[in-house]
Write a protein that binds this ligand. Sequence first.
Ligand code: AMP
Length: 291
Amino acid sequence: MQLLKTIDEVREFVAGYKKFDREVGFVPTMGYLHDGHMSLVDRAVQENECTVVSIFVNPTQFLPGEDFEEYPRDEAADLQQCEDAGVDAVFLPSVEVMYGSNALTSVHVSQLSDTLCGMSRGVGHFVGVCTVVCKLFNIVQPDRVYFGQKDAQQALVIAKMIGDLNIPVDIKVCPIKREDDGLAMSSRNARLSEEERSKAITLYTALCEARNMIHNGEKASMVIREAMTEIVENVDGVEVDYLEIVDPVSLGEAEWIDDTVLIAGAVKLGGVRLIDNLLVHPENGPWEDDF
Ligand code: AMP
């Protein structure tokens, strides 16, 4: 497995595969890899002749006061997991390599970026995400890219950016990997105390209750939102950031549920912000892992 630190090294490495028409899969990450990340990596390794993973904690998607400094990092463990999974190269750029000293260009996918996490973290969050992902696409020039449904809004925003900017890449969105109790795997889970970890499941509990209510015929999303909010607010130390029921393509509010909806939530425990979501259809049973 190759460790690549500069843009020229990446271009040269990938060119070696492209020359022989070998397909390149790419998994962008912020590191501190867990089984959720590795499910994307495994799929990329299966579907491509070459798999590149990037590990870059992107400062521009963290807004002032967020956890950029505290974000967990473990380069050695990440590299070992990539090696074991059959990754061909890991791109580990510095902030200087990614942005230089005078970057003036950014990518904003309007509307889709302005709601849910874009509303709670600020529009700058997805501008930071799109800009770095667009740059990474231009550096790696992969055939396929892999994103997680865990960050459902991010996957939608990136898919829109790919379409709007005619980026020649296929996007694959992979199902959410969960711990045994249902907690969505996240690098930030490592920042939870034991007590916070036991309370973190509340978000998934609230999402599952919403799914049950929909399957039992409840159509008014206001009623379901209230039930979810009550579940979370009943747990000491867990704060609702947002709990929304939206159209899974436009992310517009779904006031009345008669088709597939995305139930998306974010909570804060101490200084840690966690997100999760479920895709739910009123008539079909749980199918979030089926697509
Ligand atoms: P991150 O390192 O948090 O930026 O995540 C890198 C990629 O892994 C993103 O596309 C995430 O959506 C995806 N990912 C993170 N957690 C999970 C999970 N629990 N299941 C599936 N994919 C995930």
